[in-house]
Design a protein around this ligand. Sequence first.
Ligand SMILES: NC(=O)c1ccc[n+]([C@@H]2O[C@H](COP(=O)([O-])OP(=O)(O)OC[C@H]3O[C@@H](n4cnc5c(N)ncnc54)[C@H](OP(=O)(O)O)[C@@H]3O)[C@@H](O)[C@H]2O)c1
Length: 250
Amino acid sequence: MTQELAGKSAVVAAGAKNLGGLISTHLAARGANVLVHYNSDASEPDADKTVAAVEAAGSKAAKFQADLTVPANIVELFDAAVAAFGSVDIAVNTVGKVLRKPITETTEADYDSMFAINAKAAYFFLQEAGKRLEDGGRVVTIVTALLAAFTDGYSTYAGSKSPVEHFTRAAAKEFGERLITVNSIAPGPMDTPFFYPQETPERVEFHKSQGLGGRLTRIEDIAPLVDFLVTDGGWVTGQTIFANGGYTTR
Ligand SMILES: NC(=O)c1ccc[n+]([C@@H]2O[C@H](COP(=O)([O-])OP(=O)(O)OC[C@H]3O[C@@H](n4cnc5c(N)ncnc54)[C@H](OP(=O)(O)O)[C@@H]3O)[C@@H](O)[C@H]2O)c1
């Protein structure tokens, strides 16, 4: 593997497991040091495994636990990366929460939680990346292919991910002065434990039928796009890139 990110450092929010875990190890395989963020105590063993995998690839790693709906915690996250590695060049945010519920049943608490995790945390993560990244840095946020869907049930999920597109556009313009690129990636329904609880077996089959080859998106379909954006993809900025085997388009 080419060490094209040798000497660079990354913060991966929700970088311990599933998609974020794979992104952490991909960045390490290309030579980057990685600060592996995790949220719940239950994710700590995943964070430990990912830190070990990053170190096994020859890079430096550290773990950091935080609820990123609190902006002060995002400041501490970047502080921790600077303390561990000296500087930060790459910031990837894979934090998310899903809910499938009719609008008429959605509570204020549901709404507040969804927007705190999917929109507020994403906004303040971008803000801190804009303050802390080195010139020429790269920022990626994970959104959802539902941003191009016309469907029921996901009002607060798609609704709270969709502002990230506009945050991304503004950040790309504002941080572009320092040649920092900012993009979002929109995966299709992805084969991780995040996807299944709110779906029925019949709906899972339908989602599969809508993707190339009759399958769901895999985390292995998405991590290479992050690799591209943080290496050779410097001419791509302000975009939402849909990667979903043709599930939705616009
Ligand atoms: N799986 C899919 O079908 C699918 C499709 C399209 C897009 N996505 C998006 O892809 C991203 C990764 O999802 P995944 O499938 O890999 O599942 P995942 O591992 O469950 O990712 C969600 C992550 O968000 C973290 N998180 C939740 N609340 C948080 C908070 N308050 N502060 C900080 N972190 C918090 C979770 O940490 P804890 O578990 O420790 O709380 C978890 O690591 C998400 O943004 C998701 O919206 C997923």
